[in-house]
Structures are given as structure tokens and as C-alpha cells.
Write a protein that binds this ligand. Structure first.
Ligand code: SF4
Length: 207
């Protein structure tokens, strides 16, 4: 099935609305983060993927469904499903990390929120003041004081704010699950959805 066909299937469906909402949220975040990282010069080191080597995310079902759609469009869904099913123990680093690929992430374009925020965002401390969420493998990100951050308050990318916006997209289902568990479930669900929606209308019974 072509990309455009699948997009047409989504129009007017609840799942389609949710996926376009998350796409918009990520696009807004990309724009905000570009400005934020330029202002504070907290760009990740070229070729670094250390955060993924030391991290295994929990994600929501909605984030997983967005990832599943991306994988189906790229025809990587079966490969990832096979990989997920071959893993027998809970991993300590992200199994979607690929050292040799361009962005080191098998699902880079549709990666979950926490991966997008990591190392390029702030969190509010007990006094409600911003603190840079440093990546300990990124030496450029160490020395930005709260006072300095507050000078650019309107350009800060705040973790809690994006987390809240994500929860608002599907308030009835905000629980998080280990990435592989959620992604396996989502691939199966989205495949089923596409199959149901793309089945031709049954022929009327001639008898
Ligand atoms: S999903 Fe991608 S960006 Fe996130 S931890 Fe895994 S490899 Fe890294």
C-alpha cells in the first residue's frame, strides 16, 4: 500500500486524528528545540549516540503507535517485530540504537518524546526555576546557569510542558510501558487497522 493511500485511510478516524496531533506536537518541538539549542549552543556532538547506549525508554501507547506507523511506511515493521520477539530479557540499553546508521536510531524520525527532549531541554526545580537537563556525555551542555536560562524564558523547552501536552492528546491512556512491549503491541494494532480499513466493501449477495 502506498503512503498516500494509508494517509487517506486515516482521515476522519480517531487514530488518524491522534497521530496527526502527535506529528504536530513533534513539529512544534523541533522548531522550539532548534531555537533553544542554537541560543545555548547545546548541540549534541557529531556522531554521538551515548545516551541511547545507556538508556531504555518507557513510552505511551500513542507514542508507540506513531512509531509503528513510521516503521510500516518504511517497511521496517517486520524487521523490528522479529528483533523484538528475539529478545528474551529486559534490555539495559535501547535495542533500536544502531551505531552505524545516520542518526544511530532505527526509528529516528518517529522516536518518542523523551528521546527528543533528552539533553536539549530544561526541568523546573522546587522553586519553579529552570535547570538544564544535562546530558552527561555532552560537555558543551554543562555550564548554563538558571539566571542565564531565565534571560531567554520564552525560548526554553520545558520537559514538563511537553509531557503535559503529550498526555492531553490521549488523556484516557497516559501509562507508560517498556518500549519493546509497547511497540510490538502498536505494530500489531496498526497493521490490523490498515487491514480492516483497506479491505474492499463486500460484494452484495446476488441471491
Ligand atoms: S528510540 Fe532511538 S533515540 Fe530513543 S533511546 Fe532508542 S535508539 Fe535512542
Amino acid at each position: 500500500m502506498e503512503y498516500d493511500q494509508v494517509l487517506r485511510l486515516l482521515i476522519g478516524t480517531r487514530i488518524g486524528e491522534r497521530l496527526s496531533s502527535i506529528q504536530k506536537l513533534y513539529a512544534d518541538l523541533d522548531r522550539a528545540q532548534k531555537k533553544f539549542t542554537d541560543i545555548f549552543n547545546v548541540h549534541c556532538k557529531e556522531g554521538c549516540g551515548s545516551c541511547c547506549e545507556h538508556f531504555y525508554p518507557d513510552i505511551t501507547n500513542l507514542e508507540a503507535e506513531y512509531m509503528a506507523f513510521g516503521l510500516i511506511f518504511q517497511e521496517k515493521d517486520q524487521e523490528v517485530l522479529d528483533m523484538i520477539r528475539s529478545i528474551k530479557e529486559e534490555p539495559s540499553s535501547c535495542p533500536l540504537y544502531k551505531k552505524d546508521s545516520a542518526y544511530h536510531c532505527t526509528v529516528y524520525g518517529v522516536r518518542p518524546l523523551v528521546c527528543r527532549l533528552f539533553g536539549a531541554s530544561v526541568a523546573n526545580n522546587k522553586e519553579g526555576r529552570p535547570v538544564l537537563r544535562n546530558c552527561k556525555w555532552n560537555p558543551n551542555a554543562w555550564n548554563i546557569s538558571t539566571d542565564e536560562l531565565e534571560k531567554h524564558e520564552e525560548d526554553l523547552v520545558t520537559m514538563g510542558s511537553y509531557g503535559t501536552q503529550m498526555e492531553a492528546l490521549q488523556p484516557e491512556d497516559t501509562a507508560t510501558y517498556p518500549l519493546l512491549e509497547a511497540l510490538e503491541r502498536a505494530i500489531c494494532k496498526i497493521r490490523f487497522f490498515i487491514q480492516i480499513e483497506s479491505d474492499p466493501e463486500p460484494e452484495p449477495n446476488a441471491s
